[in-house]
Design a protein around this ligand. Sequence first.
Ligand code: NOJ
Length: 579
Amino acid sequence: MSAAPWWRDAVVYQVYVRSFADGDGDGIGDLAGITSRLDHLEALGVDAIWLTPCYPSPQLDHGYDVADYFGIDPAYGDLAAFDRLVAEARRRSIRVLMDVVPNHCSSEHPWFRAALASPPGSPERARFFFRDGRGSDGELPPNNWRSVFGGSTWTRVTEADGSPGQWYLHTFSPWQPDLDWSCPDVVAMFRSMLTFWFDRGVDGFRVDAVAVVGKAAELPDAPPVPEGTAENDVWAHNPYTVFWPTAHDHWRDWRRLIDEYEAAHPGRELVTVSEAYTPDRPDLLLQYVGPDQFHQSFCFDLMLAPWRVDTLRVTIEPVAATLTAAGAPLTWTLNNHDTQRGVTRYGRADATEMSSWTKNNLVYTGAPVDLEVGTRRARAAITLAAALPGSLYLFQGEELGLPEVLDLPASARQDPIFFRTEGRETGRDGCRVPLPWSTDAATSFGFSSASVGADAPAAAPWMPQPDDWGAYSVAAQQDDPGSVLSMYRSLLRARRSLLDPDAPLEWPELGAHAGPHPELLVLRRGTVTVVVNVGAVDLAVAEVLPALVGESLLVSSLAGHHDPTVVPADTCCWFGPPR
Ligand code: NOJ
């Protein structure tokens, strides 16, 4: 029997290409910038990176609007720069995953341009969802579906002769027309795309928005949503596309293609990880992951859980039990490019209240934020997540403890959510602000480091950085043993050396006296006991966990100030077995 594949317990680091590092000084992150900063990722100890889409794109959703699935956007480099990145990463034993966007392409994709130039009923239109409108003159959209980014999912086109014409479906923005997967051209194009990038050395793909790829054939009206549903959550209640099952045939087809590719290329171990938000539904999540579907699927519920023992446990235990019983791997994450950063989420005044549990990563309460509290909790949360069985995906900047930038001026905002909701929703720009590498404001805190010493100064970064960004930089943190960065480095080392990847997740009884503790979450992996204190008061271990824990192995709060007999407030500790 072969050993577990590399991805089973891998740490994967998400690179938001535009914001990681700018290698040519134009203010936009790029592939050369990533290559120049691989040392940071090696020192952090990650197994792989996932690059957000870097294909040619008008960048109206920063790459999630793909105009050509077989190239690199000139703003990010070219295929040669891509090959260099893959080779340099491999030299450091870091694998490279890309991002594939199957639900939609860009309205600039040649297929969509051809569809616009072709008449209703043409094969060019059959790759998309073009439909006649309702109303006497077709002036009303074909159904009532709402888009993820706000507004209708339909946009009306002007036909080649100048007359008002059909409508096309876009689950996200009008610049992202949905592809119709019942069209064989679509199936064939993505099959050749996967192979194209595997041939270039890519080790796998994160697969975008898989939950909405299927659509009920007649595109019926969606039922009314529960009263009080947030604007950004309406789309999630549409049963005629969200989790519509027809897409699974295509994911099975992809898996067959990948299995065949591996068989034909000994030594290659490829991975796909699906992005499907399945709030409270481990059974649904399980439909996406397994031997004939995606290799992995994000367990997102933990990311959105309020900072409470009950919600943390209920977002770990059922999903872990359901997937593990089916032999499916677990895939944890606490941050990504669509979600407010953990430091900010956990620092909200209502972060411990059930009412803050929106279960949708686009919907937040506006409660005030205490960054000190949020940082302590974020450190504890990652120390908990890193102890769970399965793999762990990090989002760039979380290892620096970056907060969400909440006060970006409207003039700087770029997220289509902001524009489609006319500013009612601020959108996701605040987690995408370019990374600080140094304390030097003149080089955008090292973001545009390639231009240091060059004749021309670097252009301003594409998204403004806060004035205090330098304090979060790699340079400011790397030699400070108490920094978030130092903690991430030791945490990933400890995960590798102390945890047996095969050790099951167990929930030890806390003992007759303690009972279920309102502020302590306790779990065990093999010989390691993990204790999270979500409360505001330090707890003496011997009093609350008699005979459960031994030597202190790791503590998420500041190093050097830790009494090993105490689990401090908002802190996660790893302990060895009782002596
Ligand atoms: C999910 C991606 O993560 C997000 O950034 C993007 O806007 C949508 N899918 C549309 O592709």
